[in-house]
Design a protein around this ligand. Structure first.
Ligand code: AIR
Length: 183
């Protein structure tokens, strides 16, 4: 599934309309359909920032060949950053990172008896040589913002949209503070 910068959905390359021709710049991969709500949080931020993305369900353990193929072909399809959302023994971001030199951001899912601690450690404790940038447990929104910051290094318009997003966030905090002080 892919989403354009305008937020419309379409399968990239499959249609003839203009939206379907926009190539995704971020790949959001989740280990299971049960991770979808968290993956959607990342997608929502990317939409707010006008960044086209695609979403896939690929498991490092249940569909390992697909994981390798997806990562190997991502850069040639125009993807600049991968976000990998997974829980439990969450090897997805590490496996993706093993097959591409694109930056990979891991999002540990709060699930199972350890409530995400297992996934966090699996992602953050990558052996030297194959890094995964790991956000906090459930940190899908930060993963999207980090992806935007990475892409913004070579896209001044995107960097400026990200700065604007931050400014709106600051305004909300200032407004909350003003309301608190008013009583
Ligand atoms: N998972 C799937 N394949 C490998 C892993 N680590 C993770 C999913 C999900 C959790 O296992 O990312 O967070 C539970 O998956 P399910 O399908 O049983 O709900």
């Amino acid at each position: 599934m892919s989403k354009t910068a305008a937020g419309g959905s379409g399968s990239a390359g499959a249609g003839t309309d203009r939206q379907a021709e926009i190539r995704p710049r971020v790949g959001i991969v989740m280990g299971s359909s049960s991770d979808r709500p968290l993956a959607d949080e990342a997608g929502k931020i990317l939409e707010e920032l006008g960044i086209p993305y695609e979403m896939r369900i690929i498991s490092a353990h249940r569909t390992p060949r697909e994981a390798a193929t997806y990562a190997e072909t991502a850069a040639s399809r125009g993807i600049g950053v991968l976000i990998a959302v997974a829980g439990l023994a969450a090897h997805l971001p590490g496996v993706l990172a093993a097959y591409t030199t694109l930056p990979v951001i891991g999002v540990p899912v709060e699930t199972g008896p350890l409530r995400g601690l297992d996934a966090l450690v699996a992602m953050v404790q990558m052996p030297p040589g194959v890094p995964v940038a790991t956000v906090g447990i459930g940190g899908a929104r930060n993963a999207a913002l980090l992806a935007a910051a990475i892409l913004g290094q070579s896209d001044p318009e995107l960097a400026s949209r990200l700065a604007g997003w931050r400014e709106k966030q600051a305004d909300r905090v200032r407004q909350a503070d003003a309301e608190l002080r008013r009583g």
